[in-house]
Design a protein around this ligand. Structure first.
Ligand code: MSP
Length: 606
């Protein structure tokens, strides 16, 4: 709800005031509803405005994608994890001054979607639209700031796939043939003899399953089109060997190289229409439907306007993918791109999976963690923080409500929230300003400790001044957990600094004590300002709260602003000194109560 003064400001439609208006509205909203939808909308508008402003300048480009999500099931936290990682990199790139494009969307064709729609007694498009909307809703709710949402049922996508197919045909990489072999419908994947093993179904009947996913496979024999994948083994090996960083983490790079040790059979890239109707017809042959993975992978090109002007973005594409779809992104996709004479991705960032009590999330096990419910229980930033802080790309991680509560309470509520509260509480900061720094109390690099600062304090200043470089490295490798771990370590150090010097015990009527008191707060706020800037990609809502409370304006939140730390200590002026604090919006992060969480978690009747 915007008040009259916000509305009056809104009447001034000039772009230059838009940001101010939104900030104003934000501040007003903040007081009453710390995380109201209007507040989130304003924050997101400010963020989008920043993106648009950047687009107008000649900033370097960056393009990040998530996989597009199957619509045969509702979004779960694993899907949100893929999206949050990509969102974090996108936001980080914007802070770095990049013009960043961030695409996500839904994968809507294929047999399993066709069957899921039939089970739901809906026509496939209606069914897809419903589930696709659920994904976009969940993503917006989780502050996933995508710039494009693509659906494979869109017309622009069909056109891109048709063109891509035609180029592959024209370049001589698609031929008519017949395919005979194993097919896993849940994975929409063709498998070789070595990729399947004997098993039994729930009724004890013998079946074959995929060694990788455990899904049932079926023998398939049909006339269709094949892609000359076998032509690309050496080229792919060469690409990987000359770009050892292209697949991250390194573990997955080696896995792909190992796959390439064996022969690559040609790949069936269509299905008979009689078996699969829900898909894009093969150009010039309406009896065949394009293979869902070829269809799906082209989404990355659709988003950037292929086949028209796409090269600006295409040359800087980075994919985020889960480990289960590595083969499609690190072998099939680069081979298709080579065949179409298009540049290969700059990087493929792979992540592992979230399990629940060590088990894969699945509807049948009833252990699927709903991101909407979870974000309501723990807040969006709580959920994002947990996923990014605990999620390790190399290994699977186990999700557990208790872990979320413990982590958020300790790192967000107690340590980070406590620090902000200490610096800004009227009892310690009655003037409600960014207090002045005194060089005599905290002299630069004083080995002899001539001021009042102690050795640990110098260590803390050093650690925080190095933090942006460390965080940058880890954000760029998508080791977000390491970045957050480093930030959390510095937050603890800063809390220790305040605790050590207990400014609340100083007598501010004594001039020296007053100078030292203000210096302690100034240094702590400078640390908080850096934490706020660096946390923006991971927990945008919390970071905004910190920076707004410190009175740091939207134009003062870029990565470069984090490089200018404690400038008064360095002998330069500080723009924040003596500035009035932003409005007090209350506690940064409310402690989560296990009892309350359980209450909400419990299903009725339990
Ligand atoms: N539609 C294909 C991707 C096509 S991209 C051209 C697909 N969809 S999916 O919905 O099954 O998976 C989408 C993403 O979610 C994948 O990156 C996958 O690894 C990820 N996750 C699915 N379950 C997951 C967990 N339990 N944990 C973490 N990520 C998970 O594959």
């Amino acid at each position: 709800m915007l008040t009259l003064s916000s509305q009056n400001l809104l009447i001034k439609s000039s772009r230059s005031v838009l940001r101010e208006v939104l900030n104003h509205a934000l501040r007003e909203e903040e007081g009453a509803f710390p995380s109201s939808p209007a507040r989130r909308l304003c924050a997101s508008l400010i963020f989008r405005r920043t993106c648009t402003e950047r687009c107008r300048t000649s900033s370097p480009a960056h393009y990040i994608t998530t996989p597009i999500f199957y619509v045969n099931a509702s979004p779960h936290i694993g899907h949100v994890y893929s999206a949050v990682i990509a969102d974090c990199l996108h936001r980080y790139k914007i802070l770095q001054g990049f013009n960043s494009k961030f695409a996500t969307g839904t994968d809507e064709h294929g047999l399993k979607i066709q069957q899921a729609a039939a089970v739901a007694v809906k026509d496939p498009l209606t069914f897809c639209t419903e589930v696709s909307n659920r994904f976009s809703h969940v993503f917006r709710r989780c502050d996933i700031s995508y710039t494009d949402f693509v659906r494979t049922t869109e017309d622009r996508h069909r056109q891109a796939v048709e063109k891509f197919w035609t180029v592959l045909v024209d370049n001589g990489f698609i031929y008519r043939g017949s395919y005979e072999g194993w097919y896993s419908m849940p994975d929409e994947s063709f498998l070789t003899e070595t990729q399947v093993v004997d098993s039994t179904d729930p009724l004890g009947r013998p079946i074959k399953i995929s060694t990788e996913s455990g899904h049932k496979v079926e023998w398939m024999k049909e006339e269709n089109y094949l892609f000359r994948l076998s032509d690309f083994r050496t080229k792919l090996q060469h690409w990987l060997k000359s770009n050892p960083q292209v697949i991250q983490p390194e573990k997955f790079y080696h896995i792909v190289l190992q796959w390439l040790e064996s022969d690559l059979p040609d790949l069936s890239v269509s299905r008979q229409k009689s078996r699969l109707q829900w898909g894009i017809p093969v150009p010039g042959d309406c009896e065949q439907t394009v293979y869902v993975w070829l269809d799906a992978l082209v989404n990355y090109l659709t988003v950037v306007g292929y086949p028209e002007q796409y090269s600006h973005w295409w040359s800087v594409v980075h994919h985020v993918v889960g480990k289960d779809i590595l083969k499609f992104h690190a072998i099939y996709w680069p081979a298709f791109l080579l065949a179409a004479q298009l540049p290969l991705p700059q990087a493929i960032h792979v992540h592992s999976h979230w399990t629940v009590q060590g088990k894969k999330m699945s509807k049948s096990l009833g252990n699927v963690v709903d991101p909407l419910e979870t974000s309501l229980k723990f807040t969006v930033d709580g959920l994002r923080y947990f996923l990014l802080r605990q999620g390790v790309p190399d290994t699977d991680c186990d999700y557990d409500d208790d872990k979320v509560v413990k982590l958020c309470n300790s790192e967000l509520a107690d340590v980070l929230g406590g620090l902000l509260n200490r610096c800004t509480a009227p009892s310690l900061n009655p003037e409600q300003i960014y207090p002045p720094f005194c060089n005599t109390s905290f002299p630069k690099g004083s080995e002899e400790l001539t001021g009042r600062a102690m050795l640990e304090d110098y260590k803390m200043v050093k650690a925080v001044s190095r933090l942006p470089t460390l965080v940058k490295e880890n954000f760029e490798n998508l080791h977000v957990y390491k970045a957050l771990e480093a930030i959390s370590g510095c937050v603890r150090m800063t809390n220790g600094f305040i605790q050590r010097h207990a400014p609340w015990k100083l007598n501010c009527r004594n001039i020296e004590d007053k100078l030292w008191h203000d210096t302690i707060l100034h240094v702590s706020m400078e640390c908080l300002r850096i934490f706020g800037i660096l946390l923006q990609p991971a927990v945008p809502g919390l970071a905004d709260k910190i920076l707004s409370r410190l009175g740091v304006g939207p134009g003062e939140r870029s990565w470069d602003h984090a490089l200018d730390f404690l400038s008064r200590y360095e002998g330069r002026g500080c723009p924040y000194e003596r500035r009035a604090l932003g409005p007090n919006t209350g506690v940064l992060f409310n402690r989560l109560e296990r009892k309350k969480v359980q209450g909400i978690t419990q299903k009725p009747g339990k």
